[in-house]
Design a protein around this ligand. Structure first.
Ligand SMILES: [Fe+2]
Length: 346
């Protein structure tokens, strides 16, 4: 009852999973340059695209999910920690994604990125870039954390039955699949290593930054592609000062509270996560053009806020670039603010 195909035939994997009875399909990690191929495949096999899933925010290729969503009206599903506003359904650990008669179980497996998830259906698991065949995804940028990645792999993925087939988002050695049992015993990064040893190993690997990382990451995180000239580079982003939700909450209660600048889209500002009382809304795409509205606050503390803290890091770097000296970012955004049950307006 499960139709399955890898569609790219390259190092970067896109999986199609479909229900044989209803002919509804789900695409996992579509790549933008192959969108026409996917649509041709779906049409040839008389499949309807029901849903798109990005297992995480990709830094190495432009996602095909936005374009496919526009062209087909399929749902775009990502983990709730995903920063991009184009997502139509957010999922969390334990949720089920239904496609025809298929049920895909969501495992939140952060570590490569905070929004990484794996999908378990039938005899197989799609592991994104967290667990690779004989390897693991890098954990040194875009919110990665090697220790958290070790926990995701050993405490979540390795609890699946040994014979479960493993399908990662990348493979650089020409493999197509593995099993949980094989990875448990033979994965050279994980097998026989403690958490501390794994963290040490990952820190010792000096990965080169992928080509064009910022050019790819920025649109995948924010769905804004038209204004690259105004966007800061990686080194500016890395300099942005981060404040936790509790730190921002304490500042708001102080005698000299900061100005909260929320850079999400209006629908998100008034949506399920709400917004911080007293915040002003200036969507990221409008920020450079509307920065004059903040002129009176130039000597004031400003805290940039978005869904998960990614777009707002870009916003903070833009404001710093415009000469605002006291700019901070709300780390992990309104998702974490809500998790901590801090005050919101809806
Ligand atoms: Fe990745």
């Amino acid at each position: 009852m499960l139709l399955f195909r890898e569609l790219n035939r390259s190092k970067c994997k896109t999986y199609l999973v479909a229900c044989e009875r209803t002919r509804e399909a789900l695409l996992i990690d579509p790549v933008k340059e192959h969108v026409a191929r996917y649509l041709a495949f779906l049409g040839y096999h008389r499949l309807t695209l029901n849903a798109l899933v990005d297992t995480h925010t990709h830094a190495d290729h432009p996602t095909g999910a936005f374009l496919l969503k526009d062209l087909t009206d399929a749902r775009l599903i990502m983990h709730r920690r995903a920063p991009v506003p184009a997502v139509t359904e957010h999922v969390e650990q334990g949720d089920m994604i239904a496609v025809g008669d298929l049920r895909l179980q969501v495992f939140h497996t952060p570590g490569h990125t905070p929004d990484s998830m794996s999908l378990y259906v039938g005899d197989r698991v799609f592991t994104g870039d967290v667990l690779l065949i004989g390897g693991t995804g890098r954990a040194d940028f875009a919110g990665g954390d090697a220790g958290i990645q070790y926990d995701s792999i050993t405490k979540k993925l390795f609890t699946l039955p040994e014979e479960t087939l493993v399908y990662p988002a990348h493979d650089y050695r020409g493999n197509t699949s593995s099993t949980i049992g094989q990875e448990k015993r033979h994965n050279p990064r994980i097998a026989g290593r403690t958490r501390a040893q794994y963290v040490e190993l990952m820190a010792s690997l000096k990965f080169p930054m992928p080509d064009k990382i910022q050019e790819v990451l920025q649109p995948n995180q924010s769905a804004i592609e038209d204004d690259k000239a105004n966007f800061p580079g990686l080194s500016e982003l890395n300099r942005v000062r981060q404040l936790s939700a509790d730190e921002v909450s304490r500042l708001l209660a102080s005698a000299n509270p900061p100005l909260i600048v929320d850079v999400r889209e209006p629908g998100e500002y008034n949506g399920e996560l709400g917004h911080i009382p007293g915040s002003v809304l200036i969507p990221l795409r409008e920020l450079a053009g509307r920065a004059a509205e903040l002129e009176a606050q130039r000597n004031h503390k400003i805290v940039a806020v978005c869904r998960s803290g990614v777009r707002s890091t870009t916003a903070a770097a833009i404001l710093e670039g415009l000469g605002y000296e006291s700019v901070y970012n709300l780390k992990e955004g309104m998702v974490d603010w809500n998790d901590r049950k801090l005050a919101v307006e809806r």
